[in-house]
Design a protein around this ligand. Structure first.
Ligand code: SAH
Ligand code: SF4
Length: 381
């Protein structure tokens, strides 16, 4: 693993072999290196790679392309698949599912599956072959250090970074659970779960490359959201393979932003916008600005006017996603009135700024934006 920290475990497998070297998370070159002592030919490594990222095996015993003796030898030397496992799931009335997925040390992270479209829409009885559409919301850290005042994840503080294998592994664990077929199904990924991806930059980008190159999900179907970590945005600007970018703006000016997102005192709106302008956009690509509407705080007509001025000056291809604040315990805000939400959107659109209201998904199972936090609480309590 190149980044994100190595987490050693002393879990034993069914044969009593110590599991100290997870393979999931390593790309081809890293697998070559990790398995170097076994002096395997390249095509054997390719078989391991295929089993991990295309077949999504959960255990070495399932890698049937390898001779049994080799599988045993790998296990004997402490290698194991290390694909994160779903340990608990919650299903919403709207079809959203929230999973607790165990990382390498057994701590759980949260991942959300949001189905969209209709799997059986062909209506000709061939539902089994019908393509699925869905979005998976992926976590990048356990907890978060950023301390946004309206976000429940913030209340955990930062527990730890996830490794590249744990980030990509959430996606594969969910793809496996949902029996997704890569190439047939249209899966979008949003790195908008727990944590600030740009404060775990290397592991996050390693995970993106694994998902693109090994699992086969196009980077154009991925979006990463950041609270405005300028050094991260500047590194992101240099990447050739990268998701689309979303910025959590959440306020019409620096004064309000610093109140709701104290990180604004380190990198203010102008600094964030300057960094965003350095990201070379693909044709037709737009930067998303997320704006969580907090009742009475940033949802007024004067706020909408300021947002329009601010975003016009930004002079970027962009769109705005308005998110109605999802309430949670321990936060001092209130939800915006439905009329104010509609008026805010209408004003932006009238002024030529594309603005969409993101409907909350899975609020009843605490799966909606900013509600991911229960994991560690429960584990600790
Ligand atoms: N840390 C990153 C990504 C995770 S948060 C970031 O902040 O951008 C993903 C989005 O959820 C952000 O736009 C954030 O502002 C929003 N959010 C956080 N708490 C929320 C809540 N309680 N209700 C609605 N949106 C929330
Ligand atoms: Fe962290 Fe994002 Fe929540 Fe802010 S909104 S505390 S950056 S997860």
């Amino acid at each position: 693993m190149t980044s994100g920290g190595k987490i050693l475990t002393t879990i034993l497998d069914a044969r009593g072999c110590e599991r100290s070297h997870p393979l999931f998370g390593l790309n081809f070159e890293q697998l070559m290196e990790a398995l170097g002592a076994l002096e395997l030919p390249g095509w054997r490594i390719r078989q391991v790679e295929h089993a991990l990222y295309r077949e999504w095996v959960g255990d070495l015993s399932e890698v049937t392309t390898l001779p049994v003796a080799l599988r045993d030898r790998l296990a004997g030397e402490g290698f194991w698949v290390g694909l994160p496992e779903i340990v608990e799931s919650f299903e919403s009335v709207d079809g959203t599912e929230r999973y607790l997925i165990a990382g390498l040390d057994g701590q759980t992270v949260e991942t959300v599956w949001m189905p969209g479209g209709d799997g059986g829409e062909t209506g000709d009885g061939s539902e089994e072959d019908a393509a699925q559409r869905a979005t998976i919301c992926v976590s990048s850290q356990i907890g978060c250090a950023v301390n946004c005042q309206f976000c429940l994840t913030a209340q955990l503080g930062i527990v730890r970074n996830l490794t590249a294998g744990e980030i990509a592994g959430q996606v594969v664990a969910v793809l496996k659970r949902q029996q997704v077929k890569i190439g047939r199904d249209r899966i979008n990924l949003v790195f908008m779960g727990m944590g600030e991806p740009f404060l775990n930059y290397d592991a996050f980008m390693d995970a993106v490359r694994l998902l693109v190159e090994e699992v086969g999900i196009p980077a154009s179907r991925m979006t990463v959201s950041t609270s405005g970590i300028v050094p991260g945005i500047l590194r992101f600007a240099e990447e050739t393979v990268r998701p689309k970018l979303a910025i959590s703006l959440n306020a019409p000016d620096d004064a309000i932003r610093a109140e709701v997102m104290p990180i604004n005192r380190k990198w203010d709106i102008a600094a964030v916008l300057n960094a965003v302008r350095k990201v070379p956009l693909r044709p037709k690509e737009r930067v998303t600005f997320e704006y969580v509407l907090l009742g009475g705080v940033n949802d007024r007509q004067e706020d909408a006017e300021k947002v329009v001025k601010l975003l016009r000056r930004a002079n970027l291809p962009l769109k705005v996603n308005l998110i109605v604040w999802n309430p949670g315990p321990g936060t001092a805000y209130r939800m915006p009135e439905a009329g104010d939400v509609a008026a805010f959107q209408e004003y932006l659109v009238e002024k030529g700024i594309p603005a969409y209201i993101r409907r909350p998904r899975g609020r009843d199972i605490y799966a909606a934006c900013g509600q991911l936090k229960r994991t560690v609480r429960e584990a600790a309590g």
